[in-house]
Design a protein around this ligand. Sequence first.
Ligand code: ARG
Length: 439
Amino acid sequence: MKLWGGRFRKEENKLMEDFNSSLHVDQRLYKEDIRGSIAHVNMLMQSGLLTQQEGEKIVEGLLSVLNDIEEKTLPLEGNYEDIHSFVEVNLTKHIGSTAKKLHTARSRNDQVAVDIRLYAKNKAFEVIERIENLKQTLQAKAKENNVIMPGYTHLQRAQVITFQHHLLAYDQMLKRDKKRIESAIEIMDESPIGCGALAGTTHAINREMTAKELGFSKPVDNFLDGVSDRDYLLELMSGFSILMMHLSRLSEELILWSSQEFKFIQIDDAYSTGSSIMPQKKNPDAAELIRGKTGRVYGSLTSLLTTMKGLPLAYNKDMQEDKEPFFDALDTVLSCLTIMSKMIATMKVNHENMEKAVKKGFLNATEVADYLVSKGVAFRDAHSIVGSIVIYCEDHQKAIEELTLEELRQISSVIDEDIYTFIDYQNILNKGIKVNLLR
Ligand code: ARG
């Protein structure tokens, strides 16, 4: 079952065989491996390196191996070194010795490179689709809930905003996350097939043809580079890490907002869990898991960066360790995007509590200063005057808008009746977020 037994005098040690085998991980590349092989065979036929009859027989055989894998009559298991050996050995079982010609002008080094690029490119489009879906969910939720809420800095109430504006901040982050994935796709869109082990081949092959058939924009420009870099996976995983960082921050907010202390939202029962001892508990596990899994995605990125950092050109077996972290990061990102969308779509927003919270904590203090500026006071002086107003309010347990004009005038004589409309929360929003955003 080995692709390379010829120069060995001794059997491979069983422990070594198990240690070396990657089938349990790279089996998910079976479709890409077969697709790459079919493109290679079509090119070999066109270039006269295989006869029409041989080529057609191999393609037919590859398609029947694919069919057997998909029908589950050929389980992806057994004593194989990797998915490439699995496909080739089973092809031989199907069509006999013609299968031995498949690997003409090819190495497993360019084979695995093309498999992983095809797979990653395809999956990256799936990630983009799910980001788009989450963006739409956020936009819809934001539109339904254009209500006032406290905005925070340092987790202290700061200024009035809307829940819509807050959610749409994440929509913007996701827009950039999408761009990062799109750019990673562009970077990986070159075909390494035909690079051979590292130095190409003396056979007159047609790399343009295989690149085109496999949907790449062009063949790579350098053979060593084509087989020995995995920067496109790192690029994707960097994008995944930043995306997860954003999802994690959103998760953190959902966790805070659903606490008794905030009570701004209610996460749907379907995306919450309970406690085995405390009957009253409803825990935001989905959000906590997304926050937790973020670390795992960072870990995958760090793992591959570290694997790659000391490798001389060209291929080294260390690079087989690219797949586990990449697949794990990919699966994690896909599931987190889906759960986040569902959680956002089904959560209830408590308008009343947000409005109540806005009224406590002097969220219009900055606008009182702006009001004084409009009356000719310098901003620094205005800032200090409002500081005194806040102390007065704290001492008398009142909000700024609850002070009488006399009380206000005792602190600053420029204040007039029109202050009350100026510092009304809805008016602040109308002038600030709405007008300046649309300008
Ligand atoms: N399983 C290997 C990998 O994932 C395939 C390439 C093997 N190449 C080799 N020269 N041993 O990297």
